[in-house]
Ligand binder design. Structure first.
Ligand SMILES: [Zn+2]
Length: 345
């Protein structure tokens, strides 16, 4: 009902009433009834999640997961079986999607319900399906982590097609490579030339990453200072450090201080490490003056409810103001990815 309709109906009620007092009461009830009737739920404020993995669901790896499972990193013995990487011993473990269809339906539902846009990378077919199912809500990225993934020419052709608007997730750390390794330089040069923002994984991968199937992984290659040479070679590159370089907070702050266009995302560590640790890290970044350079990201894998789990960390951060939360959830990503804020209302 529009304001005009309501005013018209209201004067009709007033004119038809013989006794003015009764009229007034009737009119008041009408107004209350009309505003109740109008109680259309307001659309939530827009969110941009800059770190989503669009992957094929493997039903045999679809296991339950307890958020913040890395609060306990027990000692072990190489001669004994390692404890499971994930932990499902909590009251309400998150449920995995069991098929690609189930995952897509849950992701699309979450984007519409939460008024959310995602930057997603991974399987090209899954990305295409998600984009089609939620027009305007999926920004596709393509990652290169080693020269063995694809040639610079193939990468440049993919970027030029227009389908991909972001380079990510780039994760040389898992390949035993520094992000400044010259074997990756041609890819960053292509992204710089085409004005494509780049997201690089710098951080941890969970407990015992080097012991369980990622033998090339090196914690030291997550050092944010390793980005400096590459940044110096590509001064126009727009770079965001994924996982905020956790736990290398001092290096992260020094790098952002020296490089004014570097941003971070909060993906992954906000739902895996102990909550006091997450808040201490985030608070330190804000306290150091970088509240305008932090972007919200989930690192969504196969548990659709991870969106809400991760958002709750920001919502419950009592040391952040409303404006600081809006910067993290939306405004900073709009600025970083050069988006048009008016298209997200
Ligand atoms: Zn990552």
């Amino acid at each position: 009902m529009t304001d005009f309709d309501m005013n018209k109906n209201l004067s009709a009620v007033m004119n038809a009433c013989p006794a003015r007092l009764v009229c007034l009461i009737t009119a008041c009830l009408f107004i209350v009834g009309a505003s109740w009737g109008q109680a259309v739920p307001r659309r939530p404020l827009p969110i941009i999640d800059v770190h989503v993995h669009a992957m094929k669901v493997n039903p045999s790896f679809a296991v339950e997961m307890c958020p913040w499972f890395l609060r306990d990193m027990p000692g072990g013995d190489p001669n004994q079986q390692m404890r499971a990487f994930l932990n499902a011993e909590c009251a309400t473990p998150l449920q995995p999607a069991k098929s690609d269809q189930e995952m897509q339906a849950a992701v699309v539902d979450a984007m519409q319900r939460l008024n959310m846009t995602i930057v997603a990378y991974g399987d090209p077919q899954i990305l295409r399906n998600w984009k089609k199912a939620a027009p305007g809500r999926v920004i596709a990225g393509i990652g290169v982590s080693s020269p063995n993934d694809m040639s610079v020419k193939a990468f440049t052709d993919s970027l030029s097609s227009g389908f991909y608007e972001v380079m990510g997730e780039v994760a040389p750390q898992y390949q035993g490579l520094s992000p400044s390794d010259m074997s990756l330089d041609g890819y960053f040069a292509a992204a710089e030339k085409l004005n494509i923002p780049v997201g690089i994984h710098m951080g941890t991968g969970g407990n015992g990453m080097a012991n369980i199937g990622q033998s090339k992984y090196r914690a030291s290659l997550g050092s944010p200072f390793l980005l400096e040479d590459m940044l110096a070679r590509h001064p126009k590159l727009k770079l965001w450090v994924m996982h905020a370089g956790y736990p290398m907070i001092d290096q992260m702050i020094a790098l952002m201080g020296a490089n004014a266009y570097v941003y971070v995302d909060l993906a992954g560590f906000i739902w895996s490490y102990p909550q006091a640790e997450i808040h201490a890290y985030l608070k330190r970044l804000v306290q150091a003056g970088f509240g305008k350079r932090i972007m919200y990201g989930t690192d969504l894998l196969i548990w659709p409810k991870l969106f809400e789990t991760s958002i709750s960390i920001i919502e419950n951060a009592d040391y952040l103001s409303f404006d600081q939360k809006r910067d993290i959830m939306f405004n900073n990503a709009v600025r970083f990815f050069r988006l048009d804020a008016s298209k997200f209302k």
